[in-house]
Design a protein around this ligand. Structure first.
Ligand SMILES: Nc1ncnc2c1ncn2[C@@H]1O[C@H](COP(=O)(O)OP(=O)(O)OP(=O)(O)O)[C@@H](O)[C@H]1O
Ligand SMILES: [Zn+2]
Length: 473
């Protein structure tokens, strides 16, 4: 398969350092407020990418961190707890990390290999900084902060394709007292009154963001590893600076082979973000729509393009989810009506081929979703009508191919239905069949209406009746 690599600005063949194993790191949230639909786009993308790699046979180790100490967290704690902030600040990240896990579950995001937190890795970070100072890549400022000296690494700017001179001229980074060069960035930030702090050889303080991600990723994944990603806003300076640190520390050219960046989720063309005040939280969306509908909505845009969020898009996606379940439920029931031999040729091979080749080509989920949806509609319009002319093996093979595709996108995650519900609906189907055989059509229709009101839709295929059960929650 081929994927776009920000480091080379090219769509490249994806191969891993260790055959059969894919190791990746995604920059996690700064847990100082509710997770929003923009964040969701990044984590759902990497979950689909992971599922796709798994479908190709890879073992995937995906690490997602939490930046659980940061200026924004401190500010939020002060706002909430006033003078108590110094003691209670940890409640802020704890609350939003819990929320992240809650919505991840409802979005059917598979658990990561590890979820490292900055506050649990400060000792390692201090060791790294000492080594970087010793190697001459970092210096201690008068206030005890430690800065990384960007000019000491060759090719700074490789990822964002910028030259140091241009960056300085562009004045995109504010000069700060204590820095030798405005592009230098803090590896260790000295403590200010009222802030949380950790001990270090230089001064009490806390680590800097760029260092944190290099330490945590390489700790869990080794060096070099296969892919590193996040939202497109992280290319510069965050990922650029991660690369510079790793280059200095390990002497490797690039500590991750593929750099994968997800485009912005926008509202009226603007990036959804806290600072712009146009945030829609995942909790809000997931109180009205299924996690599967949101996954489909994300998948309907190519990951590198901006995606305009709307509730109409979610309505549309929810309808698709319903069709996907109808095809799954009814095809599962139809297996029992299939015979021993195929008297007709029916398969979903063309949808399957197009589905996988779309993903193979820079992960084109919009095309893949179309193929999955087309397969569902074909199952409903054609396969279900012909099951009595097909062998069980054929029907089972179609079902298996269909489910495998759905598993990559992460839909049909609620396919298990409680046995009691299933039995109750079956009983209604039987009663209705009896009524029809006794020509009591009005009563038969009544049963169907009641079943529908309770969340079970009955569909007739000649003498056979299949049903789909509405998923809740
Ligand atoms: N609107 C968005 N579209 C796509 N990705 C986003 C969006 N907002 C944030 N991200 C990504 O989500 C991940 C977590 O981001 P982080 O917690 O740093 O939030 P943030 O960018 O500060 O968002 P906000 O400004 O809304 O607080 C990052 O990879 C970031 O690039
Ligand atoms: Zn990061």
């Amino acid at each position: 398969m081929r994927i776009y690599n920000t480091a080379t600005r090219q769509v490249e063949e994806f191969t891993t350092y260790t055959p059969g194993l894919a190791r990746g790191y995604v920059c996690g949230i700064t847990p100082y407020d509710h997770v929003h639909v923009g964040h969701g786009r990044v984590y759902v993308f990497f979950d689909m990418f992971r599922r796709y790699l798994e479908s190709l046979g890879y073992e995937v180790r995906l690490v997602v961190n939490f930046t659980d100490i940061d200026d924004k967290i401190i500010a939020k704690a002060r706002e909430e707890f006033g003078p108590e902030a110094y003691k209670r600040w940890r409640e802020v990240p704890e609350r939003y990390i819990a929320e992240f896990f809650e919505v991840s579950k409802r979005l059917f995001i598979k658990p990561a290999y590890a979820y490292p937190r900055v506050t649990e890795n400060v000792d390692d970070m201090v060791k790294w900084i000492s080594a970087l100072v010793e190697k001459g890549f970092a210096y201690v400022a008068p206030d005890g902060s430690v800065y990384f000296e960007v000019g000491k690494v060759p090719n700074y700017g490789v990822l964002s394709r910028q030259r140091i001179e241009e960056l300085i001229a562009g004045a995109r980074v504010e000069p700060e007292p204590g820095k030798r060069n405005p592009l230098d960035f803090a590896l260790w930030k000295s403590w200010s009154p009222g802030e949380p702090w950790w001990n270090s050889p230089w001064c009490p303080g806390r680590p800097g963001w760029h260092l944190e991600c290099v330490v945590m990723s390489t700790k869990h994944l080794g060096v070099p590893f296969d892919f590193h990603g996040g939202g497109a806003d992280l290319i510069f300076p965050h990922h650029e600076n991660e690369i510079a640190i790793a280059k200095a520390y390990f002497g490797v050219d690039n500590f991750a082979k593929y750099w994968i960046h997800v485009g912005y989720l926008t509202v009226r063309g603007e990036k959804m973000s806290k600072s712009l005040g146009n945030v829609i939280t995942l909790r809000e969306v997931l109180s009205k729509y299924s996690g599967e509908a949101l996954r489909l909505a994300y998948a309907m845009s190519h990951y590198r393009k901006p995606m305009e969020f709307s509730f109409e898009l979610l309505d549309q996606a929810e309808d698709i989810v319903k069709t996907l379940y109808t095809a799954y439920d009814e095809l599962s029931q139809a297996v029992a009506d299939a015979g021993d031999a195929d008297r007709e040729r029916v398969d979903i091979g063309n949808f399957k081929a197009a589905f996988y080749s779309a993903l193979e080509d820079d992960f084109s989920t919009p095309e893949a979703v179309q193929q999955l949806y087309a397969a569902a509609k074909y199952i409903i319009s054609t396969v279900l009508h012909k099951v009595d002319k097909l062998s069980k093996n054929t029907v089972l093979a179609i079902l298996a191919d269909y489910v495998k595709m759905a598993d990559v996108i992460g839909v049909l995650e609620r396919r298990e239905v409680a046995k009691e519900v299933e039995e109750a609906v079956k009983a209604l189907v039987e009663v209705r069949a009896r009524l029809r055989s006794e020509r009591l059509y009005q009563l038969a229709d009544y049963v169907r209406e009641r079943a529908k009101a309770l969340g079970a839709e009955l569909h007739d295929f000649g003498p056979r009746t299949y049903y789909t059960i509405r998923r809740r929650g």
